[in-house]
Write a protein that binds this ligand. Structure first.
Ligand code: ADP
Ligand code: MG
Length: 760
């Protein structure tokens, strides 16, 4: 609507002239509003208050004139067209008025021209406004695009294709390279290169105009201050200011490449094998250390393999994969094989990578060759063991010497005192005691060497402890208070008495060592029942009935780190010469051999309790049968004794003969067989050493059984590494381990012969 009504500001002091103008325009049918200003003051006021499409101004006014009004309105930056309406106007004045920017002028006596003049001026002005707006828009857009270049954070330049001179640069390049814009505009692109690279660039330079984006690659550039850079260059040719030019994006990748190079050098130079592998064994990456470790020629050669080829046992790989399903690092030791099939001990540390290509999980693995270390460790362990054995042997030699002195001394006294029966008795008892002690020392040695023959039989643990209890004070010293709490209803366990004694001794000695300033040692026994598998830490115990032996001290206790290692052979925290580190290893070995479990409860500064669980013996009745006090030992049967040790042979013969038996002797299996075959006497019982020169005891027994299937046999041995053959042992034989007492020997002989008599 506004656009149709023409709003007129009319500067005219004569009201009649103003009316005339208005009527003239209305007569033409023009839609107008007219504001009349009669003076400078009214004009300026009207201007401030309203908006107008056109100004009509009288030339002559009192104290002001049309030209002044025109100048003023221009000076106010008013783009409203101005038409001068005046009575007279000289050519000169007309020229001034056009020069000052009037749209037109109309003489008062030619008012009929005014409507057209107004319409033209308004229309012209409208067109001018539109044009200005369009131009502004164009200017703004150009400005935006220019900004995309100038404010782009990537350094860029535009350079002529022909002479390579730089035509434009953006702010980022100015900032990054250190040249000012003016300096750049005087430079060529060759000026940022190190001199030696100039010929290279010239040789490669493409003179052809190509309006596609091209990735040039990495170039060496220099900053103004000389700092070298590696720049990743991308270009595109454009027409710039009518010139064939090339715009270049210059990304400084120095830091990135440097970091990549560092990573590469770590992997390349690592002393550990490093590889990446997919779940199916496809290798993605392998470093030189891996190549060397496995004895291959090159990385290429290895990458052709499947990682399963590395494993001595291919199942191990699957095991590792299963472990690696959960996030985190998996570490394992296992055997690998080299290209030449030699075996390697490796420690592998691997993890599943987060980046995955589709369903294919990728794993990163570090491998350390620990073959040499393992063998050194074994050697070291062996050396330590030798040292321990040496110590042990020294101690035992010392004990034995003492015992031998006792035996020898008493024997000598005996020889001299033959006629004094009371003293003979005393001194022979001394000899027997010393010998018993020597036997127990030997037994301890055998436990240590694991070559002891065990007699695992139902036994009363309380009785064993009570026996040992008498000896302990001497071992522990006066500062240690001792308590027992033994369950009188304690069940029977199936174990070796000597071994049980050793367990208690070893634990008691450790307790003493942990209480150098004194304390309290408690030994408890009880029955326990586990409904379900009991678990503590790494250990667990199967459900069932058990007897528990607890040895408790109020000593130093142990840190978790120490606890983790105490059962290792040779682990000791004691000073050199004091500890062997074999005590608990032995205890552990015994407990395991007895199908038991061991558990420790300890805290630094708060004492220690060892719990030993032994399974309840199934056949408790055997054990509860009290051993017969007086057993018959005499007889008249014929016994063939096979023994290569002369003294022992003589001792047994003499003793058995004294009991009324007829004794035949043989020093070897062959000899025994000959005696038997000769038929000199019918033999009721064969008593043979297991280890004999030539034909051994077992072989002899087998041969005799061929001839006499019901032959009763007693095997005798200090130890046997190999178990005796079951078929040989059978129901007609028995095993007796050295050293045994002569009384014990006679009892066994009698029992076996009586059994024969019963079955016969
Ligand atoms: P050794 O007694 O020769 O050191 P052991 O195998 O008997 O070897 O014990 C190994 C280690 O276990 C000891 O050195 C000690 O650190 C720790 N230990 C064993 N028993 C106890 C205990 N009752 N209290 C504190 N520490 C103990
Ligand atoms: Mg010890």
């Amino acid at each position: 609507m506004e656009s149709n009504i023409i709003r007129i500001l009319h500067l005219e002091d004569k009201a009649s002239d103003a009316r005339l103008v208005q009527r003239t325009l209305e007569r033409e049918g023009m839609a107008i509003t007219v504001t009349v200003a009669r003076s400078e003051q009214e004009f300026k006021q009207a201007f401030e208050q309203g908006e107008y499409d056109i100004i009509l101004g009288d030339y002559r006014l009192p104290g002001w004139n049309g030209i002044d009004a025109l100048r003023w309105s221009r000076s106010m930056h008013l783009d409203v067209p101005f038409i001068l309406v005046t009575a007279t106007l000289g050519d000169e004045q007309a020229a001034v008025c056009i020069k000052e920017g009037a749209a037109d002028y109309v003489l008062k006596d030619r008012l009929e021209r005014l409507p057209v003049a107004i319409k033209n001026a308004v229309e012209e002005n409208r067109l001018r406004v539109e044009r200005d707006a369009a131009q502004k828009k164009l200017r703004d857009a150009a400005q935006q695009y220019r900004l995309l270049f100038e404010a782009n954070p990537t350094p860029m330049w535009v350079a002529r294709i022909d002479d390579k001179s730089i035509l434009a640069v953006n702010d980022a390049i100015v900032e990054h390279y250190g040249y000012t814009q003016e300096e750049f505009l005087r430079m060529s692109i060759l000026d940022v290169l190190p001199p030696e690279d100039v010929p290279v660039l010239l040789a490669r330079y493409e003179n052809q105009f190509e309006p596609q984006v091209r990735h040039v690659g990495i170039r060496r550039h220099r900053k103004k201050n000389g700092t070298p850079m590696l720049v990743d260059v991308t270009i595109r040719d454009i027409i710039f200011q009518d010139i064939e030019a090339r715009i270049a994006l210059l990304r400084d990748v120095t830091a990135q490449l440097h970091a990549e190079e560092q990573h590469r050098s770590i992997i390349h130079g690592a002393p550990f094998g490093i590889y990446r592998v997919k779940a199916d064994g496809t290798l993605l990456l392998a470093n030189p250390a891996l190549v060397t470790m496995l004895g291959y020629e090159s990385e290429e050669e290895i990458l052709k393999l499947n990682s399963a080829d590395f494993y001595e046992n291919p199942d191990d790989r699957q095991k590792l994969l299963n472990l690696a399903q959960v996030p985190g690092v998996v570490s394992h030791e296992m055997e690998w094989k080299r290209k030449d099939h030699a075996t390697l001990q490796v420690r592998m540390v691997g993890r599943r990578l987060k980046i995955e290509n589709g369903d294919d999980a990728t794993y990163e693995v570090f491998v350390e060759d620990i073959t040499e270390r393992r063998s050194l460790e074994a050697q070291f362990l062996q050396a330590q063991k030798m040292e321990a054995v040496g110590q042990l042997a020294g101690g035992i030699a010392h004990d034995f010497n003492n015992l031998l002195m006792v035996i020898r001394g008493n024997a000598q006294i005996l020889k001299e005192l033959r006629n004094d029966p009371a003293k003979v008795d005393h001194h022979s008892l001394q000899i027997v005691k010393a010998a018993d002690k020597a036997a127990s020392v030997a037994r301890q040695l055998l436990v240590f060497s694991r070559k002891q023959t065990l007699t695992r039989e139902p036994m009363d643990l309380n009785a064993t402890i009570a026996d040992l209890w008498k000896m302990l004070p001497r071992l522990l010293g006066e500062d240690i208070e001792m308590h027992t709490d033994l369950d009188p209803e304690l069940g029977v366990v199936c174990a070796d008495q000597g071994q049980m004694e050793q367990i208690v001794m070893n634990l008691a000695v450790n307790a003493r060592d942990a209480m150098p300033k004194g304390g309290k040692l408690t030994i408890e026994t009880a029955n326990v029942h586990f409904e379900t598998t009991a678990i503590w830490g790494a250990g667990q115990i199967r459900p069932g009935e058990y007897v528990v032996l607890a040895v408790k001290d109020t000593g130093s206790g142990m840190s978790p780190e120490t606890q983790a290692r105490i059962f290792e052979p040779f682990f000791t925290t004691k000073e050199r010469g004091k500890g062997t580190g074999l005590g608990l290893a032995t205890v552990y070995g015994i407990v395991k051999q007895s199908n038991g479990f061991i558990r420790v409860d300890s805290e630094a500064g708060r004492g220690t309790t060892f719990f030993i669980y032994l399974p309840l013996a199934k056949d408790a009745a055997i054990a509860s049968a009290a051993p017969a006090q007086e057993v018959a030992t005499a007889g008249s049967e014929t016994i063939l004794v096979v023994e290569d040790d002369e003294m022992l042979r003589e001792l047994m013969t003499e003793y058995l003969s004294s009991k009324g038996y007829k004794v035949m002797l043989a020093t070897s299996g062959i000899e025994a067989l000959a005696v038997f075959k000769s038929g000199i006497a019918s033999i009721d019982l064969l008593m043979t050493d297991v280890v004999l020169p030539g034909m051994g005891g077992q072989e002899l027994a087998a041969a005799l059984r061929e001839l006499e299937p019901e032959m009763q046999i007693i095997f005798v041995s200090g130890y046997t590494d190999r178990e005796l053959d079951d078929t040989i042992l059978g129901e007609h034989s028995r095993f007796l381990h050295k050293p045994f007492s002569l009384n014990n020997l006679a009892q066994h002989v009698r029992e076996v012969l009586d059994r024969k008599a019963k079955t016969a």
